[in-house]
Design a binder for this molecule. Structure first.
Ligand code: SF4
Length: 351
C-alpha cells in the first residue's frame, strides 16, 4: 500500500497532508504513583504487571511483520515511588535499564522507540534519549482540577520542567492537552500558549495532541460530559492560531471524528496500530485504517515517530540513526519500500 493515498493534483492548490504513524503500543508497567480520576490503565501493586521480555519481543516481531515503524513504550508515572514496588520492577535504575533494553530490542527489529514514561528527571531523559526517536509527556492542563487531586505527577509546573529538560537536550517531543477534565477555555489557551513558548525557546515540539476526555464508568470522570465536536473543532482552530505553524496538531480518531477537526486545522492522526489496542482507552478501538485514510479527504502520508523536519536535522537519538536512515525517505517521511507488511494486515479492525 502506498503511503500517499491522494497524490496532489497538478495546478490545484495543494491541500496540506495529514500524517499518521503505524505503531505498536507496549505497556511496560501499569503501576503508577498517581491516581487520576479518569484512569483505568493503572493498577494497584498487587494486580500490577511488568511486561515480560518474551511478551515484548513477540509484540515487536508481530509489529515488524505488520509494517509498523514505531514502538510506543508507555507506563505509569514514577512507579518506583510506590511503596513495595521493588518486588515488581526493582529499583528506579533497574526499570530505566529495562526501558533501554526494550528499546534496543525494538531497534534490532527495525522499529523506532517512542517512550512516554511519565515524569522524568533531566538525567533520566538523558539515559533514554539515545535509544528513542522521540519522547513524550502530555501537559494535560495548567489548571488545578479535582480529577488530579490524587496525582502529584500532574502538577503543571513539574510537567513543564520535564519538557524544558527535554528541550535543552533537543529531544523531539510530543505533548498535548486533555480536554474536558474540569478546565475552562482560558486554561486551554494558557496551556497551549505555554507549549508554544516552550517550542519557541527549544524548537523540539513536533506535535500537540488535543485529546478529548473519554469518561470511564466506575471512575470519578464518569459523571462528566466529553467535549462536543463543536468544542473540539473550535479548540483546534484556537490551537492553530496559538501554536507555531511547524508544530502539528494531532487528534485521536478513536475518540473523536477527525474530519471536521482536520477542516479546522488538525493535520495528524497519531499512531494507528494494526496489532495492538489503545491501552489508555481500551473500549475505543481505532477505526479501520484504510477506511480512515480514505475518509479524511486530504492527501495522507505515513510518517515515522520522529517528524520529517527532525529527521532532516538529525535530532534523533544517536543509537536510532541506522533505523531512522533505513526507514526515512528523502523528505524525512516513511520510505515506501520500508513497508514490509501486507495491506490485509493493516486494514483489519484493530483492538
Ligand atoms: S498518570 Fe497516567 S497511568 Fe497514572 S493514574 Fe494518571 S492517567 Fe493513569
Amino acid at each position: 500500500m502506498p503511503q500517499r493515498l491522494f497524490p496532489q493534483a497538478g495546478g490545484a492548490e495543494a491541500l496540506k497532508e495529514v500524517t499518521y504513524s503505524r505503531n505498536v503500543f507496549i505497556p511496560v508497567t501499569d503501576l503508577c504513583r498517581n491516581l487520576c480520576g479518569y484512569c483505568t490503565f493503572c493498577r494497584p501493586l498487587k494486580e500490577a504487571r511488568l511486561v515480560a521480555r518474551s511478551e515484548a519481543v513477540d509484540l515487536l516481531e508481530r509489529a515488524a511483520a505488520a509494517g509498523c515503524s514505531e514502538a510506543l513504550f508507555s507506563m505509569g508515572d514514577r512507579p518506583w515511588e510506590v511503596t513495595g514496588s521493588s518486588a515488581l520492577i526493582g529499583q528506579r535504575e533497574d526499570l530505566l535499564d529495562y526501558l533501554v533494553e526494550l528499546a534496543e530490542l525494538a531497534l534490532d527489529r527495525g522499529l523506532l522507540p517512542h517512550t512516554n514514561a511519565g515524569l522524568l528527571q533531566e538525567e533520566e531523559i538523558a539515559a533514554l534519549a539515545p535509544y528513542n526517536a522521540s519522547m513524550g509527556l502530555m501537559l494535560e492542563t495548567t489548571a488545578q482540577v479535582d480529577l488530579h487531586r490524587m496525582s502529584p505527577g500532574k502538577s503543571p509546573s513539574v510537567r513543564l520542567a520535564m519538557m524544558e529538560a527535554a528541550g535543552r537536550q533537543k529531544v523531539p517531543f510530543t505533548s498535548g492537552i486533555l480536554v474536558g477534565i474540569g478546565e475552562d477555555c482560558m486554561d486551554r489557551i494558557r496551556s497551549l500558549e505555554l507549549l508554544a513558548d516552550l517550542h519557541r525557546r527549544h524548537g523540539n515540539l513536533q506535535e500537540v495532541i488535543l485529546q478529548p476526555l473519554d469518561p470511564k464508568p466506575g471512575t470519578p470522570s464518569a459523571c462528566l460530559d466529553p467535549p462536543s465536536l463543536r468544542e473540539m473543532s473550535d479548540l483546534v482552530g484556537m490551537a492553530r492560531a496559538i501554536l507555531p505553524a511547524e508544530v502539528s496538531i494531532q487528534v485521536p480518531p478513536n475518540l473523536v471524528d477527525p474530519r471536521p477537526l482536520i477542516q479546522a486545522g488538525a493535520d495528524d492522526l497519531g499512531g494507528l496500530s494494526p496489532i495492538s489496542q489503545d491501552h489508555i482507552n481500551p473500549n475505543r478501538p481505532w477505526p479501520r485504517l484504510d477506511d480512515l485514510l480514505r475518509m479524511v479527504g486530504r492527501p495522507v502520508r505515513e510518517r515515522l515517530p520522529i517528524y520529517p523536519s527532525y529527521v532532516r536535522r538529525g535530532w534523533y537519538g544517536r543509537r536510532t540513526r541506522k533505523v531512522v536512515l533505513d526507514l526515512a525517505d528523502r523528505d524525512g517521511f516513511r520510505r515506501s519500500e520500508g513497508y514490509r507488511g501486507s495491506s490485509q494486515g493493516i486494514s483489519r479492525r484493530i483492538g
